[in-house]
Write a protein that binds this ligand. Structure first.
Ligand SMILES: NC(=O)c1ccc[n+]([C@@H]2O[C@H](COP(=O)([O-])OP(=O)(O)OC[C@H]3O[C@@H](n4cnc5c(N)ncnc54)[C@H](O)[C@@H]3O)[C@@H](O)[C@H]2O)c1
Length: 336
């Protein structure tokens, strides 16, 4: 039976703790450490974990560690966990810089343990169904993707976090912190992005924390697309994504809910279709990424998406920021 520890006891740690519970996998609830002692204790009370006094105490008593801290802490904590042979679930973004994301991947590769990253949309029935529709032969080639992601700036509301407004802890604004999911989904739906151009804006005047990024992307397969990411102050609009994929003979949209769509399409012969929550549930069942991770760790095999998937999204994200800093000058995605 795996002993599961947590580093960080905030919003996403709570989400994972609930997913572990609903996974049905039998685990021992081991230590949880957060420098915010009240948070760690509240988390421990709610989840059955034990509030620990240090990172080391959590590592000593765990086989699997969830790294759920603000982004700047991911690299040192993953390195400490990897050095002691733990299986690691780390949240996205991997790190505040591409160099640190690469270093994080290197320590996990060297440790040889199981790892998974919180790019949760890889498990979304809506995105999986959309990809199948796009890859379906009659659709033809992908021509363009129009992707928009907006949410209220998450230094308020149910996030209750200030670190997302601090460049040292978050690394950057909406594009790194939130839209790394979207970059990953762009590539999941339409293949690798090789070239980008981008512009950014700072309406909230938080140093280094852009609240708008508008990027154009060129996919390796010849398709071109746009990706706009916005942090506004419309508190009734938490995370909202709108995705339109234009193929030669089919248009596919994902709207509404990230997980349950609906996914709609329209074909060249006038046929249309719609997959709502019920159909998506029927087709994909009860997907639980935390269950996949825990089972993979128990069996000592690789899990997915692992940190290398996130690293590729970081490479695209890095090119987007390079372009924005160069007033929109096109940049290539560097894959070494
Ligand atoms: N996959 C997703 O959809 C998703 C959603 C939300 C957040 N996230 C990511 O998860 C991470 C955490 O976000 P959150 O919303 O839970 O933030 P949060 O502010 O709710 O929680 C972060 C916690 O980390 C703690 N912490 C800081 N340094 C620490 C350390 N050295 N050791 C232990 N704990 C430490 C803080 O005290 C805080 O309680 C971020 O990287 C964020 O980008 C991912």
């Amino acid at each position: 039976v795996l002993r599961v520890g947590f580093l960080g006891a905030g919003l996403i740690a709570t989400y994972h703790s609930k997913m572990v519970r609903s996974s049905g996998v039998d685990v021992v609830r081991a230590g949880v450490f957060d420098p915010d002692v009240e948070r760690a204790e509240a988390f421990a009370r709610a989840s059955g974990h034990v509030a620990a006094r240090s990172v080391e105490e959590v590592l000593d008593g765990s086989d699997v560690v969830y790294v759920c801290t603000w982004t700047s802490e991911h690299l040192p904590l993953v390195a400490a966990a990897a050095a002691t042979g733990k299986h690691v679930f780390v949240e996205k973004p991997l790190a505040t810089t591409l160099a640190d994301a690469e270093a994080l991947c290197a320590v996990l590769a060297a440790s040889g343990t199981t790892n998974q990253v919180g790019l949760v949309l890889r498990h979304s029935p809506a995105y999986r169904a959309a990809r199948a529709l796009i890859e379906d032969d009659p659709a033809g080639r992908v021509m363009s993707v129009v992707f928009r992601d907006d949410q209220f700036i998450p230094i308020q509301g149910h996030y209750g976090s200030t670190w997302r407004g601090d460049i040292r802890r978050a690394g950057a604004g909406t594009f790194l912190e939130h839209s790394i999911h979207d970059v990953d989904m762009l590539q999941f739906l339409a293949g690798p992005v090789d070239h980008v151009g981008a512009n950014e804006a700072f309406f909230h005047e938080l140093p280094g924390i852009e609240d708008v990024m508008a990027a154009t992307v060129r996919f390796r397969n010849g398709a071109v697309g746009t990706m706009t990411s916005i942090w506004h102050d419309i508190l009734d609009r938490p995370s909202q994504r709108s995705v339109e994929v234009f193929c030669e003979r089919r248009m596919v949209t994902i709207g509404g809910h990230d997980w349950w769509g609906p996914v709609c399409w329209q074909d060249t012969d006038g046929a249309t279709g719609r997959l709502g929550a019920d159909e998506l549930r029927e087709r994909f069942g009860d997907l639980n990424p935390d269950r996949d991770f825990l089972l993979a760790a128990m069996e000592g095999r690789a899990s997915t998406p692992d940190v290398t998937v996130a690293l590729d999204a970081h490479r695209v994200t890095d090119a987007v920021y390079r372009s924005a800093k160069a007033d929109g000058m096109p940049q290539s995605v560097v894959r070494s």
